[in-house]
Design a protein. Structure first.
Length: 256
């Protein structure tokens, strides 16, 4: 069963990713030490400071094609099948960090309330799996500590921080209280300059990637973002890597 799942998962991810990103990957190598493929919609460039020195596959929100996104089931499946994985984190108003993608609970849990406005008691017992299939009704929000416990050398966990710099001291504290997750096996990412800057200043041993859209927005109808603008954002954040939105029309040899 495991071999079948591994083969199927690897084939699915490679067919989706490699076909679209092959030319980008080859063009990027002369300029950066590595390129990482997180999903069909993004590509990541790491600097020489990065903990990563090779191309890898990162399961977006865990193995989210087969399991509910950002759940322990999705993360464990990624680890068991040899993948790195990406996750998203928010913090409750009583300072508990947990894995969730959206700013509010509505899409996943059916509750119209922002993650940051909830207490952990309000969040911890939510059903975060039934939206995909009733068989996942027992999936509960994943704590940051559970995520860190899945770290393995030789692969990475990409932690996408969805909040502002107020979360960073709490991330730092949680990381300092365990020994499993290290700069060798976890990296941070965020679309917020202030968050990346805080991560680089307060957790300088860790890699932090700045998320940048290649258009001035998330829609393909939005105008392109000039390369100079993307570079300004990355430099201002002091990031040591770039999580660049993938767009086969815009990401050309000249852009790279």
């Amino acid at each position: 069963m495991k071999n079948t799942l591994t083969t199927r998962a690897k084939s699915t991810m490679k067919n989706t990713l490699t076909t679209r990103a092959k030319s980008i990957r080859l063009l990027a190598f002369p300029f950066v030490s590595s390129i990482l493929l997180a999903s069909s919609s993004s590509c990541l460039f790491a600097s020489e400071e990065s903990c990563l020195k090779k191309e890898i596959l990162i399961a977006h929100r865990g193995m989210s094609e087969m399991y509910p996104e950002n759940t322990l089931a999705a993360y464990k499946a990624a680890v068991e099948n040899g993948f790195s994985f990406e996750c998203d984190v928010y913090m409750t108003k009583d300072a508990r960090i947990f894995s969730f993608h959206d700013p509010d609970l509505k899409r996943i849990a059916g509750i119209d309330k922002r993650c940051a406005d909830c207490t952990w008691d309000e969040v911890k017992n939510l059903d975060v799996g039934s939206w995909m299939d009733k068989k996942w009704k027992d999936e509960r929000p994943v704590t940051f500590e559970q995520i860190l416990s899945l770290a393995r050398d030789g692969r990475i966990i990409e932690i996408d921080v969805k909040m502002g710099p107020e979360i960073v001291p709490h991330i730092k504290k949680a990381v300092s209280q365990q020994t499993n997750a290290t700069p060798k096996n976890i990296v941070f990412a965020s679309a917020r300059e202030d968050t990346i800057k805080a991560l680089r200043e307060q957790m300088s041993d860790f890699t932090a990637w700045m998320g940048v859209t290649c258009r001035k927005g998330w829609s393909r109808q939005d105008p392109p973002r000039p390369v100079e603008d993307a570079l300004r954002i990355v430099r201002a954040s002091k990031a040591n890597g770039v999580a660049l939105q993938f767009d086969s029309v815009l990401i050309t040899a000249d852009y790279i």
